[in-house]
Design a protein around this ligand. Structure first.
Ligand SMILES: Nc1ncnc2c1ncn2[C@@H]1O[C@H](COP(=O)(O)OP(=O)(O)OP(=O)(O)O)[C@@H](O)[C@H]1O
Length: 280
């Protein structure tokens, strides 16, 4: 080493150390978005195993999805998780665990955003406003922290117009208007399909099989037909009286289904009063 460049190198190294320790110090007192920090998979696994009861599939899927996603330095699209089940089965609980493992302050973190359909998007006539506000909120927060987490509770009650506002962020775009959404995480919670999941669990029990024997492949076909009414059709998850035209979300439709829109079988049979109309 020649003395001048060695001096510069040492100077640069100490400046870097100073900067790193300042950043570390700063992050001890203020919340930092550490998007490059890999997820501690064993801590998440322990958390899920110790706290979440009776949800072996959710534990397995969430652990695999979050670990794989966060350890991938260059994801091609944001991570989207859709959790289905009856009320009180732990969907919010498990999203909270996931959030805490992604951002230590969990739901209190400035990088974790929880939306509840009936609370945040209650009025049909304000859908346009909700769409604009939500898109601006997502854009602003992902610009500030690429690994932001967005949790949408009560997806089955969310207006299709609001769902449309979220959709562009979930796709394979490298950037939209200069912002990359590829490191963001979207978690959707829904009661839709809860009845079918329970029925599958009951069938297993009746057949003398263990709950832990239920695999994702036992549920996926049931859910894809029952909840999504197969992948080619679009469901309008909205109460009958408040249904809107998907193309014109502000316009209320007549309570009767439009041509080509069939009420789901369980609605026809009067077993379910919920928001269930699907295009076939
Ligand atoms: N599988 C579970 N393991 C451990 N605790 C659970 C589980 N399910 C529910 N709980 C407990 O019940 C509480 C309520 O559950 P949670 O709000 O997560 O249900 P949910 O599925 O989100 O219900 P909803 O559809 O009504 O929003 C949780 O805070 C947790 O304490």
């Amino acid at each position: 080493f020649e003395p001048i460049s060695l001096g510069i190198a040492i100077g640069a190294a100490s400046a870097l150390t100073g900067y790193l320790s300042y950043t570390d110090l700063y992050c001890r007192f203020a919340e930092c978005c550490r998007e490059e920090q890999p997820l501690n998979a064993s801590a998440l696994k322990l958390n899920l195993e110790e706290k979440l009861f009776g949800q072996h599939l959710a534990t397995e899927v969430i652990l695999k999805a979050l670990t794989g996603f966060r350890n991938n330095r260059n994801p091609k699209k944001p991570l989207t998780l859709s959790l289905h089940g009856w009320a009180g089965t732990g969907k919010n609980f498990v999203s909270q665990i996931a959030a805490e493992n992604l951002h230590p302050k969990g739901l209190k973190s400035g990088f974790v955003h929880l939306f509840v359909s009936t609370l945040h998007f209650p009025h049909e006539q304000h859908i346009k406003l909700y769409q604009d506000q939500l898109q601006r909120w997502i854009r602003g927060n992902v610009s500030a922290c690429a690994s932001s987490v967005f949790i949408f509770d009560e997806m089955d009650k969310l207006h299709p117009g609001v769902i449309d506002a979220i959709k562009p962020f979930l796709d394979y775009y490298e950037q939209i208007d200069g912002v990359s959404y590829r490191k963001a995480i979207f978690i959707f919670l829904s009661n839709a399909g809860g009845d079918l999941i329970t029925k599958t669990a009951l069938d297993f029990w009746r057949a003398g099989r263990k709950r832990e024997d239920i695999q994702l492949k036992d549920l996926e076909p049931v859910l894809s037909v029952g909840v999504f009414n197969n992948k080619h059709s679009e469901c309008l998850w909205w109460p009958v009286a408040q249904r809107t035209d998907r193309q014109k979300p502000h316009r209320l439709l007549h309570p009767l289904p439009a041509p080509g829109v069939q009420p789901r079988e369980d609605v026809r049979a009067g077993r379910d009063e919920g928001p269930r109309f699907c295009h076939r």
